[in-house]
Design a protein around this ligand. Structure first.
Ligand code: ARG
Ligand code: ZN
Length: 881
């Protein structure tokens, strides 16, 4: 495939469709290499369209067998076929029927977009634009149609036949070995929500009764033998359904809800109406193969896809620029669900960590883009942390600004007003304005401007009149294509702490700037004066991380220690520890580079000790507080001229020092894990494991000669994957005696579970050791590695490129070259997976000179390829810009 000339699609060019498809009747005759799709489309000319205006249907890689209008076959001179479209001059009436037959080759579909086979099972992925790989169609989210789908396949090979909606008929095809099923989805939907599945699958079944009393059949389909791994997913589904009724008044609207787990899937999962298709990683779990993180992810992704039924399916996007309309809102909803199911503060901390780890670097580099982009070349490259995670933060700010009741009334109005529509961010915001009488003009900038605002803080206390002045200013650093940005409205939840650590009563007399415990920063700079403040207070700003901003504030180690101990907001207690740790890490990284002695870490050690000794804190929170900012976080804080080796050395030595200093507290925690007690995946048990494993992690870095034995012991006696993989990772990363045996033991134990082996791959690929480059090359050649499976690629290559900064950014450039080569290889087969891997270069300019020029050479090699997909072309061009 030669490089296509990139075309840029712009939001401002949006035009409503000229024709709509009222109903789509599909007859799909499945075959591994020659599937026939007979599409009967009822086409309706739109009022503004001139009779006879050309009808243009999208198509991609389709073999057109026939086309008929109102039953009359068209001769080939009556239409035009290009690689991306079918164009014809239709009859001049208001409606007509188009019958199109296409032939597909599911087995040859390595892109995993459109109809493909995963371990023999036929499945589809249509978002964003895969439906055009199934039949010619106006493949855009604002064309909503009622689908009736007939599937036909051999009974033996495909006993299970599924599509969207409700099953209305099944039967045998006379005189053949084939059978059929007819599915009807009464809810009009865009083509990206179409799905079908056919294969020989097992299922687990359950049921749910909606608040209105409607019974719903629930099924999860998996490969035979994996039924026992679906219980957690089913339980998560039922809790999601109930929660959406209770929290948002949203009920399910079909007779059946089906989930199918497949092993080859580009992304996490897909919310096709009534037929969610999942990467099996987000369905399958048992203590033997899944970590606590896996359990939490499954719960969150099941919920996310289920919640899309209202935020995405009932109300969808007018065009792909509005992607955050469904994704940001749905991530917000799944975050709230998990917070209700688990510990709210722990969930909030985990979400913010993820945001800072993935979204902040994206928003500070060449791939930065607004939550609602204005243009794109390849939409699949915009399923980003900015659209999803920052999009969710924007919705969360809306809730903070309007209050819980105001937010809920706006959302109710949105569901009411736009049900059944494909709509926009403007329409969404209008609902909140109308429901609450507020003006969200300035707020809308959060959707328009890229970049993370930097909020600077200055304070002045005046003991003469007991006043306290807080001066705040904001700016967005310049980005490619965005030289200057306007001031955003930033809700800063806050508190002022008195000398006893209690929150002070707030008096300002200025309600435009402060409402309740929220400061509204609306201008480039603003000063707030607080009265009745006899002693200089400690300021706790951005409580709960109330806005996706970076804060610069002069805070002494004493201030931070005070907040870490007393802040009434658990998020900011955690943040105070992190800020102190960041300060220590930055100073020490600088010391490593300048080859001078380290300053003492006594302040940080003392704070961590307080955390460990605080009985009020739950173990999960302690584990979070004890986790130092990552090397990637630290690189991000350094900003430019980054030397990953210096960061790694500084961080590793700091961990070792803490481990030695706090050994009396950490060692018992590391030892104390209940190997005999039965495993339970609940949040409280997971929290205990997290703390014990965090302590073990410190212990592994300590100078205690017993560390090696203890880690080996944990590995051998673990009764669950969380403990086992943690121990294995420590053995491998430290090159401990026993590492090789443990790798072998893990492999023998889990060789038949690809998902478990992915963890083994990742543990090896992330080892911060010189030999890892060779190890990764060996892993790609391992018989258990499957180059066509996205999960394997992520476990080995993504883990290396994004989870191993010293080795990916090796000073000899070999890490970059390995990833660049891999991108070129993978791109031939699966452009989406390749372009995602390519984004791991996004922070290349921040590296120190030698490494950044080596990264640039690797990027230029990719760029000079003449056979690059549109996906990779787009990423490499933007990364180099
Ligand atoms: N809508 C899906 C989700 O967030 C993601 C699908 C993205 N797929 C893609 N090929 N871009 O749940
Ligand atoms: Zn989603």
């Amino acid at each position: 495939m030669p490089s296509e000339t990139p075309t840029t699609i712009k939001l401002e060019d949006y035009q409503p469709p000229a024709y709509r498809i009222e109903t789509a009747n599909l007859n799909v005759l499945l075959d591994p290499t020659a599937t026939l799709v007979i599409a009967e489309l009822k086409v309706v000319r739109q009022p503004d369209t001139k009779p006879g205006a050309p009808l243009i249907l999208d198509g991609d890689n389709l073999k057109l067998l026939s086309i008929a209008v109102d039953g009359a076959p068209l001769q080939s001179n009556a239409y035009d076929v290009t690689p991306s479209a079918l164009e014809l001059t239709p009859p001049t009436g208001d409606t007509f029927t188009l019958t199109i037959t296409t032939e597909l080759n599911p087995d040859a579909n390595t892109q995993l977009m459109g109809l493909y086979r995963s371990s023999g099972t036929y499945c589809t992925q249509c978002e964003a634009d895969g439906f055009r790989r199934i039949t010619y169609f106006p493949d855009r989210p604002d064309v909503l149609s009622v689908y009736t789908v007939r599937l036909e396949a051999p009974r033996d090979a495909c006993p299970v036949l599924l599509s969207n909606g409700n099953l209305i008929k099944t039967g045998l095809v006379p005189d053949t070995d084939r059978h059929f099923a007819i599915w009807h989805d009464p809810h009009p939907k865009p083509a990206y929500l179409f799905a079908l599945v056919a294969g020989d699958l097992a299922k687990i079944t359950d049921n749910f009764t909606t608040a209105s009393g409607n019974p719903v059949e629930l099924n999860i389909f998996v490969e035979h033998g994996k039924e026992a791994l679906c219980d957690w997913a089913m339980d998560s589904l039922k809790r999601s359904m109930r929660w959406d009724e209770e929290a948002f008044g949203r009920e399910y609207d079909l007779d059946v809800f089906n989930i199918v787990a497949v092993s080859d899937f580009n992304m996490g999962a897909m919310e096709n109406k009534g037929l969610n298709i999942f990467n099996d990683k987000y369905v399958l779990a048992d203590p033997e193969t899944a970590t606590d993180q896996d359990y939490a992810n499954i719960e969150a992704v099941i919920a996310h896809e289920y919640f899309h039924n209202w935020t995405g399916n009932r109300i969808t996007c007018r065009d792909w620029f509005q992607l955050c309309l469904k994704e940001g809102l749905t991530v917000f909803r799944d975050q709230e669900f998990s917070a209700d199911m688990r510990s709210r503060p722990v969930k909030r901390i985990a979400d913010v960590k993820l945001l800072k780890m993935h979204q902040f670097p994206e928003d500070a580099g060449p791939l930065a883009h607004p939550v609602r982009p204005r243009s794109y070349q390849e939409i699949n490259n915009f399923y980003t942390a900015t659209i999803y995670e920052k999009g969710a933060e924007v919705v969360r700010m809306l809730q903070t600004l309007l209050g819980e009741d105001g937010f809920r009334s706006g959302l109710d109005l949105y569901f009411d007003r736009h049900d059944g529509e494909a709509t926009t961010i403007e329409a969404f915001l209008k609902c909140f304005e109308d429901a609450t009488g507020s003006d969200l003009d300035q707020f809308a900038l959060w959707y328009e401007q890229a970049g993370t605002p930097l909020v600077s803080v200055n304070t002045a206390h005046n003991p003469k009149d007991n006043s306290f002045k807080l001066t705040l200013s904001q700016e967005i650093p310049p980005l490619p294509g965005q030289q200057s940005a306007k001031a955003a409205v930033i809700p800063l939840r806050f508190g002022l702490l008195g000398p006893d650590g209690q929150d002070l009563e707030i008096t300002t007399g200025d309600s435009t700037k402060v409402t309740g415990d929220v400061i509204l920063l609306k201008r480039p700079a603003q000063t707030i004066t607080f009265q009745n403040v006899p002693d200089a207070p400690k300021v706790s700003l951005l409580r709960g991380f109330s806005a996706p901003v970076r804060l610069t504030q002069d805070q002494s180690a004493d201030d931070l220690a005070f907040l870490a101990k007393h802040d009434s907001d658990p998020y900011n207690r955690w943040q105070a520890v992190q800020t102190l740790a960041t300060q220590t890490l930055l100073a020490r990284t600088e010391a490593v580079r300048r080859k001078v002695a380290f300053a003492s870490a006594a302040d940080l050690v003392a704070v961590l000790q307080t955390v460990l000794e605080d009985d009020r804190l739950d173990p999960a929170l302690k584990a979070q507080a004890l986790t130092l900012p990552s090397e990637t976080d630290t690189a991000q804080d350094i900003g430019n001229n980054v030397d990953p080796d210096a960061i790694h050395t500084a961080r590793t030595r700091l961990i070792a020092e803490i481990a030695d200093e706090l050994q009396p507290l950490l060692l018992p925690l590391a030892r104390d894990y209940a190997k005999d007690s039965a495993f339970s995946p609940d949040a409280a048990s997971a929290g205990k494991r997290a703390l014990s494993n965090r302590a073990l992690h410190y212990h592994a870095h300590s100078s205690n000669p017993g560390a090696v034995a203890l880690v080996n012991d944990r590995f051998e006696n673990a009764n669950n994957m969380t403990d086992r993989i943690m121990a294995l990772t420590l053995l491998v990363h430290h090159g401990f005696e026993g590492a090789m045996d443990a790798l072998q033991a893990f492999r023998s134990r889990h060789a038949t579970s690809a998902l478990a082996m992915d963890k083994w791959f990742a543990a090896r690929a992330t080892a911060p050791r010189d030999e890892t480059l060779q190890v990764v090359q060996d892993l790609i050649a391992d018989p258990l590695y499957e180059p066509s499976n996205p999960n394997r690629v992520r476990a080995v290559l993504h883990s290396f490129a994004t989870g191993n900064p010293t080795q990916f950014s090796r000073a000899d450039g070999k890490g970059f070259n390995l990833i660049a080569e891999s991108v070129l290889q993978i791109d031939k087969r699966n452009p989406q997976v390749a372009s995602r891997l390519l984004t791991s270069f996004r922070s290349w300019r921040a590296l120190e000179g030698r490494r950044s020029s080596l990264a640039e050479s690797a990027l230029l090699r990719v760029s000079s390829s003449e056979e690059l997909s549109r996906d990779c072309r787009d990423i490499v061009d933007r990364t180099l810009q």
